[in-house]
Every structure is written in structure tokens, then in C-alpha cells.
Write a protein that binds this ligand. Structure first.
Ligand SMILES: Cc1cc2nc3c(=O)[nH]c(=O)nc-3n(C[C@H](O)[C@H](O)[C@H](O)COP(=O)(O)O)c2cc1C
Length: 248
């Protein structure tokens, strides 16, 4: 008799315990699903949000000769934000798709396309501060981190102050193996050449957008990799701060 009642009570306790655990699990899971837990601005990574960029324009009143004549490395930036249209245009200039076969604005040895472009955003109209990866195929950005990282990038680049001041910093990275799989050791130099082509395109594009820029090669690779959380096979080649300048 006592044994039967004891077994029943045991079962009831077990059911209560299981229901309690389920309730606790739902308590934690539901607010996350509803996005109720605010994200920590500085440290949120892997947000994977896709942002379609405005279509690039293909015409300008600034001639190529004028852009070549005026191009200069500029290192003082105002606080003015960059528009999303301008950011999209700069990324298209760097690596945009310009043919049905998938060829791009910059040449690439054997069309192996080793470059990947990231943007450390401080001030872009309509975009949260954070780190974004440019996807040429869809002309879109994928956000990988939320928060302000320009000062960290500045520290990674021998504390060159204009990096922290710029509204955006492009980070040109490369996966060497894509090109070296075809060209062996010689492929290494091809990748560096390609980074030059892409960033020169950005310099020239800046001229028709009334923006200024500078290429930066002086930085500690591991620090830049850590700030931008580059995937392991990718190496940073250039940081390129871009913004408005009042010419002072
Ligand atoms: C490979 C390379 C690395 C560079 N690295 C830096 C850098 O770390 N910091 C910087 O302020 N400028 C850097 N520059 C920009 C040069 O200082 C600049 O191009 C040079 O002074 C000529 O000026 P211009 O670009 O206005 O014609 C770099 C340029 C190149 C090509």
C-alpha cells in the first residue's frame, strides 16, 4: 500500500520536475527568439544580416583624366557621414561585377579573385556602426559585427590617427591560395598586384564622389585580423580610410 502510494508520488514529483525544467528553458529561449535581449554594442559578432546596396551609377561628369589629376592621399576627415549610395559605389569600384561571366571592375590573374573587402563602418547614413563584408555577386553587405571598431583598427595600424577619425575604413584582405592553386609561388605577387588595382579604383572613384582616401600598408597583420575577425585563410593587405575632407 505504502509502496504504491510512494511510487505514484515519485512519478508526480518527476512530472513536476520535468515541467519545471521545460518552463525554465522556454523562459530563456522565448525572449531571445523575440529579440528582447538587447545586443551589447561593442562585442556582438556573427550577426549575418544582409543589406542590399543601391545599384551603382555608371556615369559621371568627372572625367577619368580629371580623377587621375586630382587623386591624392588625404589623411584628414570631417565628421560627416558617408551615404549608403557612396559606400556601394566605392565597393563596386573595388570589386563590383561588370560582366555576365562574373568579371569585375579590377583585373585578376586567371580570374581567380583572391580579394575580399570588409568595411569598418563608423558613420554611414542608414547603417549601424559595425563590420561588414562585401559580396560582389549580390552587390550586398553582410554584417559580421555591431559596434565601433575604428579606434581598434587605428591601434592595429601603428596608431595612425586618421583611421579612427574616418567614417569608413575599407579593409582589403586576400585568400592567397585561390590564386596560388593555379600559379604556385608566383601567384603571391599577383595577389599584391590585384590589391593595388582594386584600391586605385577606389581612389579614382572617390574623385567623382567628392570623397578622399589613403591606402595604409603599415599595420600589424594579427591585430587587424583580430579586430575584423577575418576567416583564417585570409590575410589583410590594405586598410583604406575614406571620408569627406575640408581640405585643411
Ligand atoms: C604600399 C603602400 C603603403 C602605404 N602605406 C601608408 C601608410 O601606412 N600610411 C600612410 O599615411 N600612407 C601610406 N601610403 C600612402 C603614401 O604615403 C602616398 O601614396 C605617397 O605619399 C604619395 O602621395 P599620393 O598618394 O598623394 O600621391 C602607402 C602607399 C602605398 C603605395
Amino acid at each position: 500500500m505504502y509502496g504504491l502510494a510512494g511510487a505514484a508520488a515519485h512519478r508526480v514529483l518527476l512530472i513536476i520536475a520535468v515541467l519545471g525544467l521545460l518552463g525554465a528553458a522556454l523562459w530563456f529561449v522565448l525572449p531571445v527568439a523575440n529579440g528582447e535581449f538587447a545586443m551589447n554594442a561593442q562585442e556582438v559578432h556573427n550577426t549575418s544580416e544582409r543589406i542590399d546596396l543601391p545599384q551603382p551609377v555608371r556615369e559621371s561628369t568627372v572625367s577619368i583624366e580629371e580623377a587621375l589629376e586630382k587623386r591624392r592621399s588625404v589623411r584628414d576627415f570631417t565628421q560627416e557621414a558617408v551615404s549608403l549610395e557612396a559606400l556601394g559605389q566605392l565597393l563596386w569600384a573595388a570589386q563590383g561585377i561588370t560582366s555576365d561571366a562574373g568579371k569585375r571592375t579590377a583585373p585578376s590573374a586567371g580570374a581567380t579573385y583572391p580579394l575580399e573587402i570588409y568595411v569598418v563602418v563608423e558613420r554611414v547614413d542608414g547603417l549601424d556602426a559595425g563590420i561588414y563584408h562585401y559580396v560582389p555577386d549580390t552587390h550586398a553587405l553582410v554584417q559580421s559585427a555591431t559596434g565601433r571598431f575604428a579606434r581598434d583598427l587605428q591601434e592595429a595600424a601603428l596608431d595612425q590617427g586618421f583611421i579612427g577619425e574616418a567614417p569608413i575604413n575599407l579593409v582589403v584582405a586576400a585568400e592567397f591560395q585561390r590564386t596560388q592553386n593555379r600559379y604556385g609561388a608566383r601567384g603571391e605577387r599577383y595577389v599584391y598586384m590585384e590589391a593595388g588595382h582594386a584600391t586605385q579604383n577606389v581612389y579614382l572613384q572617390c574623385q567623382s564622389l567628392e570623397l578622399e582616401a589613403v591606402v595604409v600598408g603599415a599595420f600589424t597583420d594579427q591585430q587587424v585580423k583580430a579586430v575584423t575577425e577575418l576567416p583564417e585563410p585570409q590575410q589583410p593587405l590594405y586598410i583604406m580610410p575614406v571620408g569627406k575632407s575640408d581640405g585643411s
